[in-house]
Design a protein around this ligand. Structure first.
Ligand SMILES: [Zn+2]
Length: 581
């Protein structure tokens, strides 16, 4: 049995024990372990033995001890647990008991990438669906080939982001596949007297509607409007010549609601659709397509941003004309991050101008950028839950997000030494020829493979690499080289540093409260580059050779420095992205 499986078992035993007054249930733990690793079914007997063994040990501890153990060994499980508890505290959906199946949706326009602001809609819609054993639907809203033109890469980027957030969808639809349905509804809307084709100029219409007056088209016969609708479809009308409008109360206090536009002509020669080419010339506007889809997809609850409040009012007119029942709506405020670039247009402009080096540039708050720099999806979920579903806007700080993230990565991350602005440090007065040191990859988990250093001593002298600033800071002091030895009389001479060997015992360093500094052997290290902000301007340094064991995607902590995510290789160099302090 691998240590990974053993740890997984330990985690679930502890979680289960704490839930049940300190007495873990073997059966419940097996269920959890198998659910996470279905292939373990093949070695079920071995798993069972192990679970029983660990349950026996853990059940002898007090709950306080169990909690302490969980906190120490699996801090991320505590966060998951807290999130699950908060999930239970999400307010119930309105009228949930009236529906046989709760159906929610996330409906992005694939004209750009998703950012942190989208996370709220995704996570709440998904988690509510799961909370009620319902269905979560992903719908691409790509019906504007002129102004908000979709780009094929974004359909996949969005799917990737949702998977990364652990928000798997049960059904997927793409609006550009559904034009015939929108045409059918448009026709029926005209037949029911709820819609009309307006051929007035934009200015003329605006002036009339501003004073609550109908345009001359509004009172024409249904037959004439059906005829005009045909002309929209068959190319008799050009762009701007005609638009299908939905009849509303002309005295609605908000002029933007009055007789809103539902379908318009977009010249397919000038604006071909990335998926449909020149096949269609009449496209639904946002409110028309979204409203029809919510009805046909049997969405029961729309969880949407406050900025859609007016759209909800508009769409309800269409539902009334069609005799449909509008879904329940929950409006929440915007989620903004201090100093984070969240607007699509700014992201797109910055990329066009070359300021940002891609959609995952670490200066952006896109989900791709957060992922690349090592932010964990659980941290984003914890953040969304902490803000909840209030209608007011919420401003969160990077510090909040990074603090949640640190709680999760701290336990996962192996520790390494790295230096950036370094100098050679020669330590004199050693008696040995060689020193072999084995250091833990994590202070709370000694089961991980050790980092091994073999240091050669020549004529009583050992040369290491240390950070230049540590020499300046601790000049003349007794200093502890982490995991290695205590040195004294530390001082600089030009671009080198010197010190004398003092002792090996950690106790002495503790007693004297000696500062701890990290170090590297003089040779055999790996070169690293860390992207802090601009991907074209990484900082370079050296790290211990054990770092090469880390796979791409792993988060590591450079001791006394920062957390970073292993991103890849450039030649012999390991490239990392800075995560946080
Ligand atoms: Zn008109």
């Amino acid at each position: 049995m691998t240590s990974y499986i053993e740890k997984l078992i330990r985690k679930y035993v502890l979680l289960n024990a704490i839930k049940h007054d300190g007495k873990p249930s073997v059966k419940a733990v097996i269920g959890k372990v198998i659910a996470e690793n279905p292939e373990l079914k093949r070695s079920i007997k071995e798993v069972l033995n192990k679970v029983e063994e660990i349950c026996n040990v853990i059940s002898k501890l007090s709950i306080e001890e169990q909690e302490e153990m969980l906190r120490r060994e699996f801090p991320e499980a505590l966060i998951e647990k807290r999130v699950r508890e908060e999930e239970k505290r999400l307010p119930p959906l309105p009228n949930a008991d009236k529906y046989e199946e709760i159906r929610t949706r996330f409906a992005p326009n694939p004209d750009s990438v998703l950012h942190l602001g989208s996370a709220r809609a995704i996570i709440l819609s998904h988690d509510y669906a799961r909370m009620y054993d319902g269905k979560f639907i992903l719908r691409f809203e790509d019906t504007d080939p002129r102004l908000k033109k979709a780009n094929l890469i974004f359909y996949d980027y969005i799917r990737e982001d949702l998977k990364w957030l652990n928000c798997k969808w049960d059904e997927e639809y793409i609006q550009s596949d559904r034009l015939e349905l929108y045409y059918k509804v448009a026709r029926e809307l005209i037949e029911r007297g709820g819609g009309y084709v307006c051929t007035c100029s934009r200015d003329k219409f605006r002036k009339l509607i501003a004073s609550s007056k109908p345009c001359p088209c509004r009172s024409l016969s249904i037959g004439m409007h059906l005829d005009r609708w045909e002309k929209m479809l068959n190319g008799t009308y050009d762009e701007e010549d005609a638009v299908l409008r939905v009849k509303t109360d002309l005295h609605h206090p908000n002029p933007a609601v009055r007789d809103w536009p539902a379908m318009r002509i977009i010249d397919p020669e000038k604006h071909p659709h990335p998926r449909k080419g020149k096949k269609y010339r009449v496209w639904p506007l946002y409110n028309m397509a979204a409203a029809i889809d919510d009805y046909y997809m049997r969405i029961t609850h729309i969880i949407r941003g406050q900025e859609h409040f007016v759209n909800t009012i508009r769409q309800k007119y269409l539902y009334k004309h069609m005799g449909w029942k509008y879904p329940e709506t929950i409006h929440y405020g915007r989620l903004m991050i201090e100093g984070g670039v969240l607007s699509k247009s700014k992201i797109e402009q910055g990329i066009r101008e070359g300021i940002y080096k891609g959609y995952d540039d670490p200066r952006l708050a896109t989900l791709r950028a957060l992922r690349r720099r090592g932010i964990q999806p659980e941290a984003i979920r914890a953040l969304v839950y902490s803000v909840g579903i209030k209608p007011s806007d919420a401003v969160i700080s990077w510090d909040n997000l990074l603090a949640y993230n640190r709680q999760i990565i701290d336990h996962k991350s192996n520790r390494y030494f790295a230096v950036f602005e370094y100098v050679p440090l020669t330590i004199t007065n050693l008696k040995q020829d060689r020193i072999k040191v084995e250091l833990d990859r994590h202070p709370q988990d000694r089961s991980r493979p050790k980092r091994v250093f073999e240091l050669n001593i020549v004529d009583g002298n050992l040369t290491l690499l240390v950070e230049k600033e540590d020499i300046t800071k601790f000049q003349g002091k007794l200093v502890r080289l982490i995991g290695l030895m205590n040195i004294k009389n530390l001082h600089a001479e030009g671009e080198s540093a010197f010190a004398e060997f003092d002792s090996f015992e950690l106790e002495k360093a503790k007693k004297l409260k000696a500062p701890l500094i990290h170090w590297l052997p003089k040779e055999g290290n790996v070169d690293i580059e860390v992207v802090i902000s601009d991907p074209d301007k990484p900082i370079s340094g050296k790290a211990e050779k054990s770092l090469v064991d880390e796979p791409i995607g792993a988060i590591v902590q450079f001791e006394r420095k920062f957390f970073a995510r292993v991103d890849g290789k450039r030649g012999e160099r390991i490239v990392l992205y800075y995560t946080s302090k």
